[in-house]
Ligand binder design. Structure first.
Ligand SMILES: N[C@@H](CCC(=O)N[C@@H](CS)C(=O)NCC(=O)O)C(=O)O
Length: 217
């Protein structure tokens, strides 16, 4: 059964691969699972037909036969559980990889998204200039801790896993901010993730939706 995912008809990031269909596409590419994409507009996402799949009226969703999922982390986890390649076989190593998936989404991403939200939604507030450096310091705090843990390793726990996939995707939100660039090992880590053939295929496919030009494969 070929899974169907949903993605933005026109992504606000203009195809930079920051929308959360990107980690799902990347995971499917890593495990070699073909998939179909249903594009949705902002208004369609809020209609009851889409809300039946996603209670919060967002993308991505994932349908596979009778199974319908939302939340990119849960979808990546599902893909990683059903296919070889994204979670180690050893039970303890697997538990550690899953821990990194949670760490990416619940410890590292929140301060990054808080900074983004302030930049998009709070720029006109009188307190914005005072608040932004506070939010940036929180991001730096997390990155410093992550950078210390990663050290000079290639991946967070031995082999590349779904934990790395989500962590790289989360850190990508900071590219060009000057913040990520302050941590040489984290920048190199993100570059390593982006160099993976599966990442490139996923990125090209989501970009093709934005440009309207088919990806070259
Ligand atoms: N925690 C959710 C977040 C989903 C999310 O924020 N989706 C965004 C695109 S990246 C969206 O649909 N935004 C439109 C909206 O909320 O109206 C996940 O990881 O899937």
């Amino acid at each position: 059964m070929t899974p169907i995912i949903t993605a933005f008809e026109r992504s606000p990031d203009r195809g930079q691969g920051l929308a959360r269909d990107m980690p799902v596409r990347w995971a499917l590419e890593e495990v070699g699972q073909p998939y179909n994409v249903r594009l949705v507009s902002f208004s369609e996402m809020k209609e009851s037909m889409h809300r039946a799949l996603h209670p919060f009226g967002q993308i991505p969703t994932y349908q596979e036969g009778d199974l319908s999922l939302f939340e990119s982390g849960a979808i990546v986890f599902h893909i990683a559980e059903r296919h070889a390649g994204l979670l180690p076989d050893d039970a303890n190593a697997r538990a550690r990889a899953i821990t990194w998936m949670f760490a990416a989404l619940t410890t590292v991403e929140p301060p990054i998204v808080a900074r983004e939200a302030a930049m998009y939604l709070e720029r006109d507030k009188s307190w914005y200039e005072e608040r932004l450096p506070i939010l940036e310091d929180r991001v730096r705090g997390r990155l410093a801790e992550l950078s210390r843990r990663l050290g000079d390793a290639d991946w967070l726990d031995d082999a590349f896993s779904a934990g790395d996939l989500l962590m790289v995707q989360v850190l990508r939100r900071l590219k060009g901010s000057g913040i990520l660039e302050g941590y040489q090992n984290l920048s190199a880590y993100v570059a390593r993730g982006e160099a993976r053939p599966a990442y490139k295929r996923a990125f090209d496919d989501q970009l093709a939706v934005f440009t309207g030009k088919p990806s070259a494969r």
